[in-house]
Write a protein that binds this ligand. Structure first.
Ligand code: CUA
Length: 336
C-alpha cells in the first residue's frame, strides 16, 4: 500500500500549487471579445488537466527511481512483469474520456464562434492575399487596410483568400481561422474592449508571411460612424492619381513588402526609387522609369532586382485596372 500512498500524496503535493498557479496567473493577452471568455475557460481546464497528469507521471517516476533502485550487492535481474488487464483498461479509458470531453467542449466553443448571429450584425469581408489583409464593409461600401470595429456590436467575418491559404489571427479576440482560396469561412465575435490590436497571419504563406499584419481598432460607435463617413468620401478623385495610388498601395498589399522609408523588406523600398538606376539580378542596370515600374507591377518576374527573390504575385495585371496601375506609378514617382 505504501507503494501507492507515497506517490499519490506526492502527486497531490505537486499538482495543487500548479493548479493554483495556472488558475490565477494570466497567461493569455488582454481579452477583448465576448467569445474569448469560453476559449480562456477551456485554456484553464487544459492547464489544470495537464498539471495533474504532469504531477502524476513525475511523482510515480521519481518515487520509482528512489524506491526501486538497485540495492548494494544485489546482482540479480529484475522480476519481469507481464501485463495487467485492469491497468491497461484504465490507462486507455481515462485518457479517452478526457480527450473526448475536451473535444466536445472545444467543438461547442467553435460552434458558438462560427454560428450565424440573429441580431443586427456588422459584416466584414476579410480577404487575405500575399501579403496583406483587406477589409470590406459591404453595408457601407467601404474597403480598408485596417480593421475598425465598434465596441459591443456583434461583427461577422467572412474569410477568403486570393491566392494561398492564410490564417486570420487576432490573439486578443481569441480567434484564429483559415482563409482558404475558393472557400468562404465565417466567424462572429463581439469586441468588448476599446483599444488597438493587430491581426496576424498564422499560416506560413511565403516570404512576406511575417509582414502580413494589419491594425485592428475597437472604437466607440460614434468614432466608428465618423470613420465610415471619412472612408466613404472619395479620397482620390481622378484628378489626383498620387492620392489614389497611395490608397491602392495601402489596400492592395504593396505595403506588406515595399516600405516608404528606404528600408528593404521582402521587396525593394519605394522611397527614392523613381528615376534612379536599379541593379537587376542578371547583372544589368536599368533606370526606374514609368515603363519599368509598369512592367514590375504587371510582370514582376521579368526584371528582378538584385538581392531580392522573385516572389511577387504576378496577378496584379489582372486585378488592377490600367488607371489604377498608372496611379500606383504616379504614387511611387512622388516618393523622392
Ligand atoms: Cu498569409 Cu502567412
Amino acid at each position: 500500500m505504501k507503494r501507492f500512498i507515497i506517490p499519490v500524496l506526492l502527486t497531490i503535493i505537486i499538482a495543487v500549487p500548479l493548479i493554483i498557479f495556472f488558475g490565477s496567473v494570466d497567461l493569455t493577452p488582454v481579452l477583448a471579445s465576448e467569445q474569448g471568455r469560453d476559449v480562456d475557460a477551456l485554456f484553464r481546464v487544459l492547464y489544470i488537466i495537464a498539471s495533474i497528469i504532469f504531477a502524476l507521471v513525475m511523482s510515480f517516476l521519481l518515487y520509482s527511481v528512489v524506491a526501486f533502485r538497485r540495492k548494494e550487492g544485489d546482482l540479480t535481474d529484475a522480476e519481469p512483469v507481464y501485463g495487467h488487464v485492469g491497468l491497461e483498461i484504465a490507462w486507455t479509458l481515462i485518457p479517452l474520456i478526457i480527450v473526448l470531453s475536451l473535444g466536445g467542449v472545444g467543438a461547442s466553443v467553435l460552434l458558438d464562434i462560427s454560428h450565424p448571429p440573429q441580431a443586427e450584425v456588422l459584416e466584414v469581408n476579410v480577404t487575405g492575399f500575399q501579403w496583406a489583409w483587406s477589409f470590406e464593409y459591404p453595408q457601407y461600401d467601404v474597403t480598408s487596410n485596417e480593421l475598425v470595429l465598434p465596441v459591443d456590436q456583434p461583427a461577422r467575418f467572412v474569410l477568403s483568400s486570393r491566392d494561398v491559404i492564410h490564417s486570420f489571427f487576432i490573439p486578443e479576440f481569441r480567434i484564429k481561422m483559415d482563409a482558404v482560396p475558393g472557400k468562404l469561412n465565417e466567424l462572429q465575435l463581439t469586441p468588448t474592449q476599446i483599444g488597438e490590436y493587430r491581426t496576424y497571419c498564422a499560416e506560413l504563406c511565403g516570404t512576406g508571411h511575417a509582414f502580413m499584419t494589419a491594425r485592428v481598432r475597437v472604437v466607440d460607435p460614434g468614432v466608428f460612424d465618423e470613420w465610415v463617413q471619412n472612408q466613404q468620401q472619395p479620397v482620390a478623385g481622378p484628378s489626383d492619381p498620387v492620392a489614389q495610388g497611395q490608397d491602392l498601395y495601402e489596400t492592395q498589399g504593396c505595403i506588406g513588402c515595399h516600405s516608404l522609408d528606404g528600408t528593404p523588406q521582402a521587396g525593394p523600398t519605394f522611397r527614392g526609387l523613381f528615376g534612379h538606376e536599379v541593379a537587376l539580378d542578371d547583372g544589368t542596370m536599368v533606370v526606374a522609369d514609368e515603363e519599368y515600374l509598369h512592367t514590375s507591377i504587371v510582370d514582376p518576374g521579368a526584371q528582378v532586382v538584385e538581392g531580392f527573390n522573385n516572389i511577387m504575385p504576378g496577378t496584379y495585371g489582372q486585378e488592377l485596372t490600367e488607371e489604377q496601375i498608372q496611379a500606383l506609378v504616379a504614387f511611387i514617382q512622388s516618393l523622392q
